[in-house]
Design a protein around this ligand. Structure first.
Ligand SMILES: C[S@@+](CC[C@H](N)C(=O)[O-])C[C@H]1O[C@@H](n2cnc3c(N)ncnc32)[C@H](O)[C@@H]1O
Length: 575
């Protein structure tokens, strides 16, 4: 594929992204006779999908006549579509990048690499415009005549050609408005690359886009205004064919020959891998109502962590396909409550069923850890789908969407790690360790790096007598941001087990992260990979046997880089 056929475009100042589809395809559809803007006038979550009510404004390019119609946009559908295209494009661009960096010995290959490099250099210096190419093609094929005199310009044209906009609009997560003053705006961060260094990536041309036919050819078009009557203005690229709105029928005039083509500068999509991944993961999380996830590297040129090419983001669900378990367990096996009094141990069947005999959460939904001195993590039985209570029930927290925005960032010594751009209070529930559930026996035979993202669901098991049905969550090929949590011997997160999807006997509890202390924005989130070793270490220390050499270092341990005073010196990383 020629990179010129697809266009990525950012408008960093505005924090807006748009993506233009293959322009020649669209052109054949003869729908390029209008410019569009779109205002978001409302939003609604229907069947779990975020929908934007929008008003399109179209301007006929030939005569400047305009029309307006209402429409509905399924935000997720647009974002997903864009994310897929971006991923594909980024991949292709990366392939080319790798290919040209190869020490090629074959003459033909080398010549092609040189030609590509030359083309890329030229394009950076003199941005290539799609519209010019397309117009030339059309003229060549007798489908267009040389461009007529420009039509009078209309109100600022905020539309970009093609489909669709990447990144969940800030309202999708509902979190941005809560971002503390001065703190990064979460969903905006996913759309605005301004803060991220991209030391190895070619810098984009300074002109974002141009118009083919007008005297403004080399001048940037007016920036789309984000000011509306108290409403946020989001720029969507228009759909390739007339918008899917019955109310728009009959209002549009389609010219047989397009007279003008909006021009876009072709950018190197290699710049966008980090933002693409951020947008993709944020979109997937947003689908579950969870806050944004951003990839950040202030340290070196590694754009994103190494992930399987078909890695699937799972915000709060498991992939059960590798085990025989039926999900969810039959209703008749669940204990559930009927009278909505879930703060009262005597009234709520779920609370009654758990060891603590009390709600595990305070009024603000923060986890109250009563198991600090215990060997095993707490087990919380939350109300479930069969209970009479709703999502406001105090005994439902781990199952609710994550509220804290996440940054996956490059650490100095431990690869990628996790932090949040906002302060986090002690007891805040952060999210679940997700991935593919595999039988423990299958996890145990995994070797080396394949084991790096395994988390045994063994918190409550007797190590001497594990049950027959014991499982591990493997986040190597699917999972979420928690797979990037690093170990620290003095950690600020811990895990408890929670059950609401399955019955306790299934041994498939959710692994829930919560903050064990107040955590300042920007501080790395860490947890102790091996709390049992921590306990052993403490006991030995108490007995006066200090020092690393006194404890038998388990197989698979590596030197610990947590750098804390409490560092035990090594950490077990492979389960
Ligand atoms: C679950 S992954 C954590 C995410 C990982 N940093 C990454 O970039 O994908 C576990 C791996 O992180 C690294 N790691 C985490 N904590 C560490 C620590 N305290 N010291 C050294 N390496 C650590 C080890 O390479 C380990 O195998």
């Amino acid at each position: 594929m020629d990179l010129d056929d697809d266009v990525l475009q950012t408008d960093a100042d505005e924090g807006i992204w748009s993506y233009s589809d293959s322009a020649s395809e669209e052109f054949d559809e003869a729908d390029m006779d209008q410019d569009y803007t779109v205002d978001v006038v409302g939003e609604e979550i229907r069947n779990g999908e975020l929908r934007h009510e929008v008003v399109w404004h179209g301007w006929q390019r030939g005569d400047g006549t305009s029309n307006t119609w209402k429409d509905e946009v399924d935000v997720e559908e647009w974002n997903e579509d864009a994310a897929k295209r971006r991923k594909k494009l980024a991949q292709e661009s990366m392939d080319i990048q790798i290919w040209t960096d190869l020490n090629v010995v074959d003459t033909n290959t080398r010549l092609r690499a040189q030609a590509y490099d030359e083309k890329r250099r030229k394009r950076t210096e003199e941005p290539v415009t799609l519209a010019q190419q397309m117009q030339a093609n059309l003229i060549k094929h007798g489908k267009a005549t040389p461009a007529p005199a420009p039509a009078p310009r209309r109100a600022p044209q905020t539309a970009r050609r093609g489909r669709p906009t990447v990144g969940v609009p800030s309202s999708a997560t509902g979190r941005d408005r809560n971002t503390p003053e001065g703190g990064p705006s979460t969903s905006r961060a996913t759309r605005t690359p301004q803060a991220q260094p991209r030391s190895h990536a070619p810098s984009p041309p300074s002109t974002d886009y141009m118009d083919v036919d007008s005297e403004e050819e080399t001048a940037p078009r007016p920036r789309p205004s984000r000011k509306g009557k108290g409403k946020e203005r989001v720029v969507y690229s228009p759909p390739p064919s007339p918008p899917r709105s019955s109310s728009s029928k009959g209002k549009e005039k389609v010219l047989s020959t397009p007279t003008q083509i909006t021009m876009l500068t072709v950018h190197q999509s290699f710049d966008h891998i980090q933002e693409t991944l951020s947008a993709e993961w944020t979109a997937r999380a947003g689908r579950k109502g969870a806050a944004a996830i951003t990839f950040v590297n202030d340290l070196d040129s590694e754009e994103i962590p190494a992930l399987d090419s078909d890695f699937e983001y799972l915000e709060n669900e498991f992939d059960y396909t590798a085990i025989k378990h039926e999900v969810p367990d039959p209703k008749w096996l669940f204990v559930y409550c009927e009278d909505r009094r879930c703060t009262d141990y005597d009234e709520c069947n779920c609370l009654y069923n758990q060891e603590e005999k009390a709600c595990a959460y305070d009024k603000s939904g923060r986890f109250i850890d009563n198991s600090e001195e215990s060997d095993s993590p707490a087990l919380v039985i939350e109300c479930n789908a069969h209970c009479a209570c709703d999502e406001n029930c105090r005994n439902r927290v781990a199952q609710l969407p994550r509220k804290i925005p996440i940054e996956v960032f490059k650490t100095e010594k431990c690869g990628w790690g996790v932090r949040s751009p906002v302060d986090v209070k002690k007891g805040t529930v952060l999210g679940l360790y997700t991935g593919k559930i595999i039988d423990r026996d299958n996890a145990e035979v995994l070797k080396g790096e394949k084991k790096n993202y395994c988390f045994d669901m063994d918190g409550r098991e007797d190590p001497e007598d594990p049950p027959d049905n014991s499982y591990t969550v493997d986040a190597r090929t699917c999972g979420n941001w928690t797979r990037f949590l690093n170990h620290s011997c003095s950690a600020n997160l811990k895990v408890y087990l929670a059950i609401w999807l399955t019955i306790p006997e299934s041994n498939l509890p959710s692994l829930v992260y919560y903050a064990t202390k107040d955590i300042r924005a920007g501080t790395e989130f860490t947890f102790d990979y091996d709390p049992r070793q921590a306990k052993l270490f403490k006991e030995k220390e108490k007995k006066g046997k200090k020092g690393k050499g006194k404890i038998k270092i388990p197989k698979g341990a590596i030197e610990c880089e947590c750098g804390t005073e409490a560092c035990r010196g090594w950490v077990t990383v492979n389960c």
